[in-house]
Design a protein around this ligand. Structure first.
Ligand code: ADP
Ligand SMILES: O=c1ccn([C@@H]2O[C@H](COP(=O)(O)O)[C@@H](O)[C@H]2O)c(=O)[nH]1
Length: 219
């Protein structure tokens, strides 16, 4: 959307424009739930990219040492690489996206080829914290959920899917996740165009689905 240039009475560039949608919110708020629902609805017509895949690798450290890293501080992520990748995608070029292994707290070996498209969704807890990312987003959405619900969901998810114990999730939450949330995540809500009450919000999903259909020329 931002690349549109008026040429006479035509807006030619707008026909080719890419719209980048940022979906932020605290851990366990339902960002992935909302994002994945849109991805299921549109398939390859839209591109989804997760900031989580850009956590810095720490292969030089042992797993025990990696468990103690503060993953909720902006410095834990290679946001420079994400910015470069979004610029490439917006220019119509595919990128090789890293993937992340939460059970090992480091990057996985494989990368995934991400194709450009007219609508790109970027999801992550800290994506509105970086001014360069904010500038790239045409639409900014913040998924809201009470802290008690978010931690309960995180406990269940991290034990089920990310190889964690109850004790490790509680300890990580109290030492880094919670303080960083109030320092770096929650304040960025102010940048949002839309604040969603839950990632399982059918009305919000229908609104965004209609918007994306229009952007894709399906409306
Ligand atoms: N509104 C909701 N009610 C109950 N459970 C939810 C809701 N939204 C998400 N969940 C569940 O909570 C967990 C975390 O949701 P997820 O979308 O992964 O959060 P995030 O990406 O923001 O960390 C998942 O297991 C998901 O199925
Ligand atoms: O190695 C890692 C990297 C990240 N985390 C935690 O992940 C969440 C962000 O992901 P959500 O899907 O939004 O929950 C963040 O709060 C980090 O603490 C991790 O535990 N280990």
């Amino acid at each position: 959307m931002k690349t549109s240039k008026k040429i006479g009475t035509e807006t030619r560039a707008a026909e080719q424009a890419t719209t980048i949608i940022g979906i932020a919110g605290g851990t366990g708020s339902g960002k992935s739930t909302f994002t994945n629902r849109l991805k299921r609805a549109f398939g390859d017509a839209i591109t989804v990219i997760y900031h989580d895949n850009y956590y810095k690798p720490h292969d030089d450290l042992t797993l025990e040492e990696r468990r103690t890293i503060n993953y909720d501080h902006p410095d834990a992520l290679d946001t420079d690489l994400l910015v470069r990748h979004l610029e490439e995608l917006r220019a119509g070029r595919a990128v090789d996206c890293p993937t992340y292994d939460f059970t090992q707290h480091t990057r996985a070996k494989k990368t995934v080829a991400i194709q450009p498209s007219r609508v790109i969704i970027v999801e992550g807890i800290l994506i509105f914290q970086d001014a360069r990312l904010r500038d790239l987003f045409d639409i900014k959405i913040y998924v809201e959920a009470d802290a008690d619900e978010r931690i309960l969901r995180r406990v269940a998810r991290d034990i089920r899917e990310r190889g964690r114990s109850l004790e490790s999730v509680i300890n990580q939450y109290l030492t880094t996740v919670k303080p960083m949330h109030y320092l770096y995540v929650e304040p960025t809500k102010t940048f949002a165009d839309l604040i969603l009450n839950s990632g399982r919000n059918d009305v919000a999903f229908d609104v965004m689905k209609t918007k994306i259909e229009a952007l894709l020329g399906e409306g």
